[in-house]
Design a binder for this molecule. Structure first.
Ligand code: GAL
Length: 674
């Protein structure tokens, strides 16, 4: 595959961040100093205009863009490109005063007051109109500026709106979806339960906090509608930009596994995926390498949405954030480690929130490249500048991608459905956590792992793990069967295939929709354990695994038993099975097993699939980016101790050190070999 360079103008990787000159227009000295210091930090891009609406348009119809043009000019003259945000992430006071319907209504039906951000009504026509006016003005003023690199739509879309207009749209959306047939909806939502049948779409209310919450199909469809509605809003902004500046790529910034929107749907509208990464570094609940492993998973989720091109790390904190429970500073060396982890996992950018700390309001204590002290002579600045130098050394990595033979399925609908399910144990459902642990266990075997949707193509993979795939949307079961039939290695777990896309249970045995034939098992009972309970699985090959939280009692149809439960009324019954299906293998793990046991199974699957594994010390990550004729391997020491990795040969692109056999890495060190 050829390299896919997102921004040829940069001649390498991007180093940038959110820059808010509108907060400093009365301080030309500071604005001048900003550019000098950006160059000193090795930055080649700045994200302007996020939340700048009231400076562009202080009163309705009165526009001021001179300052923006002036800053973009000066940045450009100094080799710094601009990512320009549309300002719809926060509204000026005049707009809410005159057009209150732009403000959201909450789940009690109460209209918000003016203030804060990310709280527009997605469907209010007047809001769309006002946004369209300001975006068109921006394009008139700077749309053909040579420094304009990319559009950044709004900021971190999120939240819900329960206003009458959105409710009406929801009802129309449902009518369309259920072919204008209310009986169809009643059937698919099982509304006869508790006498909840509807006579007409007009009776359907969204799940208000003080209203209907007992129809799983309704709750889920409201989530889907919110994605649809937000996407529809986002598309209204995109349409203007695409028509008037077709050559400028478009992104918006995502947030991890944000529970309110199915990013996979929004991703289709964007040219490039970007996201904001704020791990809770050095927390006291998990190991440092686990924090980084979760961050790696999040990067993989983002990368896998457009896996044939790099993604962007749009925001990360130099130093610290101000909104975690405890806001601990990144220890020396961690900034570089986290920044290069993003690059190792496929990002072609390292960007920050924020360039300079403001003097007031709610983010005045959020980390920034430049502190209130205002000089480059700080630890944080020096570490940022070092990343700038490292990114230059890695210029050739730009445009390469990760090619993975292994995927974990993570499904937004399943996340929503499991969260809402009135079953299992509220505290321990842990669907995302289980997917993250699966990813980490595979990564620790030295393979790169994609994190895909169940609708994505399986063609590139030899091994797929689908933890807790509770919901089987149409065709998914058939596609999984074909994957295995054609030689794939598939592993599924407890709570697979309980419900269809409307959350109606499959009849005739779980895993449903034909998957019981693929795995050769039927799950007859799901036992939920208390936190202090545990069971054990004894594998036929001698290994033992610990069981926590969930254990299904299986009925075997035609599968081989790999392990049985040790205790309780299901002692001696199968807990882990394998069935040969066509040219592949289908593994079923009926209980929540410890990491070592899961890794043992994954290693078996990788061996079956001929996927090479690497022996890595715990907490050392290894990722490989490649193109037709280039290949870069990143080693990241995500631990606080020195680590050694065997069988490493080459010259470190960051330090020039030649490694011939054993690679010794200091704590937090990153080594990149071509
Ligand atoms: C992001 C947001 C930024 C800033 C940052 C603070 O979620 O996009 O505007 O608020 O958080 O960490």
């Amino acid at each position: 595959m050829e390299k896919k360079i997102l921004f040829p103008q940069l001649g390498g990787l991007m180093h940038g961040g959110d820059y808010n000159p509108e907060q400093w227009l009365d301080r030309p000295d500071i604005l001048k100093e900003d550019i000098r210091l950006m160059k000193e930090a090795g930055m080649n891009c700045a994200t302007l205009g996020v939340f700048a609406w009231s400076t562009y348009e202080p009163r309705e119809g009165e526009f001021h863009f001179e300052w923006l043009k002036d800053i973009m000019d000066r940045l450009y003259e100094n080799g710094i490109y601009t990512i320009l945000a549309t300002p719809s992430g926060a509204r000026p006071a005049w707009l809410d005063e005159k057009y209150p319907e732009s403000m959201r209504v909450d789940s009690y039906g109460v209209r918000a007051h003016h203030g804060v951000r990310h709280n527009h009504c997605m469907s209010a026509p007047i809001y769309r109109e006002k946004v369209s006016v300001i975006i068109n003005k921006m394009i008139d003023e700077v749309g053909s500026h040579p420094g304009l690199l990319m559009w950044h739509i709004s900021n971190e879309f999120g939240g819900e709106c329960f206003c009458p207009h959105c409710v009406a749209r929801f009802q129309n959306y449902l009518a369309e979806k259920f072919d204008h047939d209310i009986d169809k909806l009643n059937h698919d939502w099982w509304t006869v339960f508790w006498s909840h049948n509807y006579n007409d779409f007009s009776q359907i209310e969204p799940p208000y906090n003080n209203g209907e919450s007992s129809i799983m199909g309704l709750n889920l469809e409201w989530k889907r509608f919110t994605t649809w509605s937000m996407n529809d809003y986002m598309k209204s902004e995109i349409a203007i930009l695409r028509e008037r500046t077709p050559e400028i790529p478009i992104t918006t910034n995502f947030m991890k596994l944000y529970d309110g929107l199915d990013y996979r749907i929004m991703a289709k509208e964007l040219d490039v995926i970007s996201w904001d990464s704020y791990p809770r570094f050095h927390n006291d609940e998990e190991s440092f390498s686990d924090t980084l492993a979760e961050n790696a998973f999040d990067h993989a989720v983002m990368r896998s949405m457009k896996k044939n091109q790099p993604f962007m790390l749009m925001e990360s904190a130099p130093g610290l954030v101000n909104w975690h429970g405890y806001n601990k500073m990144k220890r020396p060396g961690v900034h570089k480690l986290a920044s290069l982890q993003a690059v190792a996992l496929g990002s072609d950018t390292v960007q920050y929130f924020q360039w300079r700390k403001g003097r007031g309001s709610s983010e005045q204590y959020h980390g920034a490249v430049l502190d209130h002290l205002g000089t480059s002579n700080t630890r944080v600045f020096r570490e940022v500048a070092e990343v700038g130098r490292d990114l230059k050394k890695l210029s050739d990595v730009c445009g390469t991608i990760i090619k993975s033979k292994v995927a974990v399925i993570f499904d937004w609908d399943t996340m929503w459905a499991i969260e809402d399910m009135r079953g299992m144990a509220q505290e321990t459902k842990n669907y995302p956590k289980t997917c993250i642990a699966t990813y980490r266990n595979l990564m620790e075997l030295g393979v790169d792992v994609d994190v895909i949707a169940c609708e994505d193509s399986f063609a590139d993979y030899k091994v797929i793990v689908a933890p807790m795939l509770y919901m089987l949307k149409p065709q998914i079961a058939d596609r999984l069967k074909s994957f295995v039939n054609d030689g794939g290695q598939l592993l599924a777990t407890y709570v697979t295939g309980y419900v269809d896309e409307n959350q109606l249970n499959f009849l005739g045995g779980f895993p449903g929709d034909g998957l019981k034939d693929l795995f050769g098992v039927i799950s007859e009972e799901l036992d939920t354990l208390y936190p202090a309970d545990c069971n054990q699985v004894n594998f036929v090959d001698g290994l033992t695994g610990q069981v926590h939280d969930y254990a299904e009692v299986l009925r075997i149809a035609d599968a081989e038993t790999l392990g049985t439960y040790q205790d309780d009324y299901y002692a001696g019954t199968p807990a882990v099975t394998k069935k040969v299906y066509g040219k592949g293998n289908a593994y079923y793990v009926a209980a929540r097993l410890d990491d070592a046991a899961m890794k043992h199974l994954f290693a078996q699957m990788l061996t079956n699939a001929d996927v090479a594994m690497r022996r890595l010390p715990k907490g050392v990550e290894c990722h490989t980016r490649q193109s037709d004729n280039q290949c870069y391997t990143f080693y990241l020491n995500c631990t606080q101790e020195t680590q050694t990795v065997e069988d490493v040969h080459g010259t470190d692109l960051l330090t020039g050190t030649v490694i011939n056999g054993v690679l010794t890495m200091d704590k937090y060190q990153v080594v990149v070999l071509a």
